[in-house]
Ligand binder design. Structure first.
Ligand code: BES
Ligand code: MN
Ligand code: ZN
Length: 496
């Protein structure tokens, strides 16, 4: 799919389909946007005459064909809702509604006149980014494992964003397209089942990215982890027949002297729970337990693809969490890379065990900021549902920056506390501390565990258990929080 920014008149645009926005809460109070008004005038009121058939819900669409004196063969009207309520949510819903209509129409090309509807709160570059990301999201397909592929004829090949081009808008377009590529990669890695997407597969994907985008990659094997003393990571992988990998992928887009941003992604390619076995229902969804890893690969792909002026190091501990004769058992004590000892009271709290060693390992890259991304706790889903990612940080300015980037990317987070009082729940009679803290505040005690390994660093933790994938009929990876990570990295480097 190819996007371009160029000035177009809606009435003379020679494209398969023009998309026009219509305000109005109810049928009686419909109001045309500037572009829609031009088409209406040219067609002598044919557009206005059809408006009663357009539902008022934001994102509803109505297709008109062969309007008199209008060059485009099809005109797709999209409801924007009441004018005085129009904001960021409505803009995105309208783009999404238009995109799914274009998909159902099997349109080959379109001009999205929605992008010129300016919001008071955001620059036009925001419109461009969110138009591209939402259209690309609507057209994402994962059918590589179906024997009958859906026809590829239904792909939208050309999308014009009718704006007067300038450097800022072109940069927004390049950023959004690269981000969408990163989101697609994260989604596909998440959707792939654990018998394909193994730790070795993730390592191969990192190597492929390194080839395609000229990145540095290093993959640590079990023997390297043993030499280093990564006792927690090794404990989790102990019953798996798949070799564990610690993937380090570096992109250098800024001066070598500039400290990197470290992204640490949980890469459990399948989480059975281990000896603390999970119940059978919905266990298939634990193939998504590597979504943090997928988001790190996706974000690096995006940043490298747009040649962003940032230095990033991605660190991915990848393994399976399995039961078996060699499995760790509740009560086992391990020594982490940091030297601290942990009593593993529940083998299903494995994410924090692989992350703690990876976070300690991150220190050697002297990162400016370290962010870990993990499908860490069911408790986070209970707290925040499927809307917001849980945000924890040991530095309030970093938390604020992260939240602003999240709002900008519409990949939202909600900050949770990380107060010392919670540490008490992790106490152990047999080791320095335990890997679980009981049911109260489960996502907070998980973060508090990680906090014990990041005292020397400026650190944020994103619990994406509720946001990385959808369940039910629409089951599948969302690619979150790639948009947030990319936006955060760019803003961190000074780009607005
Ligand atoms: N990967 C899971 C977290 C998870 C569970 C994410 C369900 C999304 C949906 C994690 O490894 C896990 O099992 N966490 C346990 C921790 C508990 C044993 C303290 C959990 O949340 O139940
Ligand atoms: Mn688990
Ligand atoms: Zn897990």
């Amino acid at each position: 799919m190819e996007f371009s920014i160029k000035t177009l008149s809606p009435e003379t645009a020679e494209t398969g389909c023009i998309v026009l926005g219509i305000y109005g809460g109810n049928a009686a109070s419909k109001e045309l946007t500037a572009s829609a008004r031009r088409v209406d005038q040219r067609s002598k009121g044919a557009l206005a005459a059809a408006l009663t058939d357009l539902a008022s819900k934001v994102g509803s669409t109505l297709l008109l064909r062969a309007l008199p004196n209008v060059a485009a063969e099809r005109v797709l009207l999209v409801s924007l809702g009441a004018r005085n309520e129009f904001g960021e949510t409505q803009y995105r819903d309208a783009v999404r509604g238009a995109a799914s209509a274009l998909r159902d129409l099997a349109a080959k090309e379109a001009a999205l006149f929605l992008v010129d509807v300016k919001l008071d709160s955001r620059p036009l570059s925001w419109n461009v980014r969110h138009a591209v990301l939402n259209v690309r999201e609507a057209f994402y397909r994962f059918d590589e494992l179906k024997s009958q592929k859906k026809s590829t004829a239904a792909t939208l090949a050309k999308v014009t964003l009718p704006l007067s081009s300038n450097a800022q808008l072109e940069q927004a377009l390049a950023e959004a397209e690269a981000t969408a590529d990163g989101v697609d990669l994260a989604r596909t890695l998440g959707n792939l089942p654990s018998n394909i997407c193994t730790p070795s597969y993730l390592a191969d994907q990192a190597k492929k990215l390194a080839r395609d985008f000229k990145l540095e990659v290093e993959v640590l094997e079990r023997k390297d982890m043993e030499k280093l003393g990564m006792g927690a990571l090794l404990a989790v992988t102990s019953a798996s027949h798949e070799p564990p990998k610690l993937i380090v992928l570096r992109y250098g887009g800024a001066a070598k002297s500039k400290q990197p941003l470290a992204l640490v992604g949980k890469g459990i390619t399948f989480d059975t729970g281990g000896i603390s076995l999970k119940p059978a229902a919905e266990m298939d969804e634990m193939k998504f337990d590597m979504s943090g890893a997928g988001s790190v690969l996706g974000a690096i792909r995006a940043l490298a693809g747009m040649k962003a002026p940032v230095n990033v190091v991605g660190i991915i501990p990848a393994c399976e969490n399995m039961p078996g004769g060699h499995a760790i058992k509740p009560g086992d004590v391990v020594t982490t890379l940091s030297g601290q000892t942990v009593e593993i009271l529940n083998t299903d709290a494995e994410g924090r065990l692989i992350l703690c060693d990876a976070l300690t390992y991150a220190e050697r890259f002297k990162p400016d900021v370290v962010v870990d991304i993990a499908t860490l706790t069911g408790a986070c889903v209970i707290a925040l549902g499927h809307v917001a990612t849980g945000l924890f940080a040991n530095d309030q300015r970093l938390a604020d920056d992260m939240r602003e980037a999240a709002d900008d990317a519409w990949d939202r987070v909600w900050q949770m506390p990380l107060w010392e009082e919670y540490q008490e729940q992790l106490r152990s009679n047999f080791a320095d501390f335990a890997n679980i803290g009981g049911r109260p505040g489960g996502s907070i005690t998980a973060a508090s565990f990680l906090a014990r390994f990041t005292r020397k660093q400026r650190w944020a933790h994103l619990d994406i258990a509720g946001t990385a994938w959808r369940s039910g009929r629409e089951k599948g990876s969302t690619g979150r929080p790639v948009p947030l990570l990319v936006r955060f990295a760019l803003r961190h480097a000074g780009r607005k």
